[in-house]
Ligand binder design. Sequence first.
Ligand code: VGL
Ligand code: ZN
Length: 197
Amino acid sequence: MHALIVIDVQNDFCPGGALAVPGGDEIVQDINALMSEFDAVVLTQDWHPAGHSSFASTHDGRAPMDLIEMPYGPQVLWPDHCIQASPGAQFHMALEADRADLILRKGFRTEIDSYSAFFENDHRTPTGLEGYLRTRGIDRLTMVGLALDFCVNFSAVDAAKLGFAVEVREHLCRAIDFDSSLQAAKTGMQQAGVALV
Ligand code: VGL
Ligand code: ZN
């Protein structure tokens, strides 16, 4: 069984949003068109409480894109984004979200971020997605969405480590690409056995 995992296609990651990924809206129609080819469609939704620890505004004297040390390791600080129930946290309005079997929310704990759809940024706390996929008999994953160098990357690497066969459709992703994050992400995905197609 083969699932399509659509990562964080939300208003705040699209042009005009709080953490806009260049061209983030360009992939939406082609993602919709892909949905019917899969046994299951899962959407992820970045879903932060106000005052989340990944927001630069939460830390005195810090600016977006600063790197800080958290108890669970290094953390990039972001502009406030994807605040629970805000317009920016909603899916892009053209995304056919009603076709999802599951919507997996992540990043909802104040004290820890979650780039990956499988584990929070301590790389230990599960989101539950692995169990959902396995109990449905899903062993192959195709991933698309935003951002290629953060949430798609961490989700794909974790999935490959968990033993899923993982493919990332690069043309159906867009990247933030700061501080060579895109190149590092591609290398990391390839080393983990993710197929970049
Ligand atoms: C993401 C940064 C912060 C992503 C989410 O979806 O790639 N990036 N939160
Ligand atoms: Zn986030």
